[in-house]
Ligand binder design. Structure first.
Ligand SMILES: NC(=O)C1=CN([C@@H]2O[C@H](COP(=O)(O)OP(=O)(O)OC[C@H]3O[C@@H](n4cnc5c(N)ncnc54)[C@H](O)[C@@H]3O)[C@@H](O)[C@H]2O)C=CC1
Ligand SMILES: O=C(O)CCC(=O)C(=O)O
Length: 524
């Protein structure tokens, strides 16, 4: 049974996939109190809950944090990553609602609708006070041209506005396709009549509009922030509103929420909403449904494509590489168990069809498999890289053309001062994963279950003696694979048995004169 804690107010209809799942128990903040933090597998939040190191330390079993929305600035993603916790979001469920809200804010701002509304409700009729500005023919500056920014551009076109965009990641072809002018930030600031920001809040975008570059703004410009508080510096904004350089501002988001800068909020030319961009029935259902489905998929052991801290790979490709992903874990674990001295370099080399796909996640699964039994914490593809770095293990990957006749081949080499191990493996559709090479020996076995790895001399009778010992200990040998370089030379054997191999059995095997080593292995 998985335990899911919903920490913020999230659409109940959208939670249906989790509420209806037989292997999931959902606890909602304020409604269900019979839960304990240490059992929680998944945490669902909107923007109210701060998922920081302190909260994470109270959730030792946590596997996934889901943000029912886009911005993850309320989640300490790097702390979650270090703990191996996957962070997912719902990237497009609230795009339309936020774009529509932004456009409502723009229209309200240039026509003073909120101020006029208060005026009429106060039994006044001051028509002269609220003369507005047309949108027709004006230039809308959009800073951050992703999902929301581009939806806003479409709406601006319907109002026959010109659109000037700043987004360092915007390609020429996309700008052309959407018929917008792609300019530098300073150019947008100095040419637009209305500027709206739609970037995430990052260390690069905090204070993106600040006291320095606000001097470039046209006199009488309108500014809009429905993305994140702080992208437009609030002190600089207030200063420019006070001088009249900025004619008005529409704010849905604030540096601190609820906002504490009363002078800004109370300013006659500021209109404000309490972070309502995504607050529609539709958006709330969409984001809740999307994350609920993804959390369920993830808890049930399958990969999701909306992860913030794992490479985003399209589902079809993910399904194709999944067997290699599992094989990577097995190879990592095999190398870790076989090498009994420190390893400081791991290289994964891919050949054959697999090189057409994204392999970085497979390499991370190798590293996770390798580290799993060596560190005292959860290791998975999310935190494998940072744990490897902390432990001084460098890792890399290569692609090569020669696949030794296999349609796909994966080779992993683990090197240290006293160790140099190489394993090659393949995955055959309908047959499964096979290890086909170990340290110079060609072999062919399925990497799973209870195994015994033997290094011996290729002499008559060794296998017979070994078989007798297994028989005496009533341990059934399921498969046995032998590899040798030369007749009568060094050889290896890999046996799979039906139950864990006991110590006295192993000790007896080690007494066979032609066996130089025997190691029990446990693979997933
Ligand atoms: N008010 C509200 O309720 C909501 C607010 N948001 C906010 O809106 C933001 C944008 O959402 P989406 O459009 O869905 O995200 P997105 O990821 O599709 O677009 C963000 C764009 O910003 C651009 N960007 C990144 N750094 C930049 C920089 N330094 N300068 C200029 N552009 C930069 C990126 O290239 C990208 O195109 C979210 O990160 C979130 O914080 C999102 C939904 C609701
Ligand atoms: O949960 C909300 O209503 C806020 C939405 C938001 O800001 C986001 O998705 O980034």
């Amino acid at each position: 049974m998985f335990h899911v804690y919903v920490a913020d107010s999230i659409s109940a209809d959208g939670l249906a996939p989790l509420l209806e799942a037989e292997n999931v128990r959902v606890y909602r903040k304020g409604q269900d109190t019979d839960f304990s933090y240490d059992k929680i597998d998944a945490l669902l939040v909107r923007s109210a809950t701060m998922v920081d190191e302190e909260l994470l330390s109270r959730l030792p079993n946590l596997k996934v944090i889901a943000r029912a929305g886009v911005g993850v600035d309320n989640i300490d993603v790097s702390a979650a990553t270090k703990k191996g916790v996957v962070v997912i979001n719902a990237p497009d469920g609230n795009t339309i609602s936020t774009a529509e809200h932004t456009f409502a804010m723009i229209s309200s701002l240039v026509r003073h609708i909120p101020q006029a509304n208060i005026n009429v409700k106060g039994a006044n009729w001051d028509r002269k006070k609220f003369v507005g500005t047309e949108l027709f023919g004006k230039t809308l500056g959009i800073v951050g041209f992703g999902r929301i920014g581009s939806e806003i551009a479409k709406r601006a076109k319907a109002f026959q506005m010109k659109v000037a965009v700043y987004d360092p990641f915007l390609t020429e072809s996309r700008a052309e396709k959407l018929d917008v002018a792609s300019l530098s930030l300073d150019e947008v600031l100095s040419t637009a009549d209305i500027i709206t920001v739609h970037t995430p809040l990052t260390k690069e975008t905090r204070g993106l509009l600040n006291s320095r570059n606000m001097s470039l703004l046209k006199n009488g410009v309108f500014l809009v922030n429905c993305a994140r508080g702080g992208i437009i510096d609030e002190d600089a904004l207030l200063e420019n509103l006070n001088t009249g350089h900025v004619a008005g501002a529409a704010l849905d988001v604030f540096e601190v929420e609820p906002p504490t800068k009363t002078e800004l909020i109370q300013h006659q030319n500021v209109i404000a909403t309490p972070h309502l961009g995504a607050s529609t029935k539709e958006a709330q259902y969409n984001v809740a449904y999307q994350v609920s489905k993804d959390v369920l998929t993830f808890l049930n052991g399958q990969s999701v494509t909306t992860s913030i801290n794992l490479p985003t790979i399209p589902k079809e490709i993910l399904n194709k590489i999944r067997p290699f992903f599992q094989l990577g874990k097995k190879i990592g674990s095999l190398l870790s168990q076989v090498s009994n001295s420190p390893v400081d370099e791991i290289t994964a080399t891919y050949a054959g069809k697999i090189t057409e796909w994204e392999t970085s996640i497979i390499t991370k699964s190798v590293i996770a498999g390798f580290l799993k039994d060596r560190v005292d914490q959860t290791v998975n593809e999310v935190n494998a890289a940072s744990i490897a770095k902390d432990r001084g293990i460098n890792y890399g990957e290569k692609h090569r053309n020669e696949s030794d006749g296999y349609s796909n081949l994966m080779e992993v080499r683990a090197k240290g001062k006293q160790v140099d191990l190489t394993v090659r493996a393949t995955y055959i559709e309908g047959y499964g994963a096979r290890i086909v090479h170990m340290n110079g020996f060609d072999i062919d076995y399925a990497p799973s279950g209870h195994l015994l790895y033997v290094q011996h001399h290729d002499r008559p009778g060794v296998i017979g003696q070994l078989g007798n010992i297994f028989g005496k200990h009533e341990t059934n040998i399921a498969t046995m694979h032998v590899g040798r370089m030369l007749q009568g030379g060094k050889a290896i054997m890999m046996l799979s048995v039906d139950k864990p191999i006991e110590k006295d059995l192993l000790d007896e095997i080690l007494l066979i004169p032609d066996i130089s080593s025997a190691l029990t292995l446990e693979l997933p």
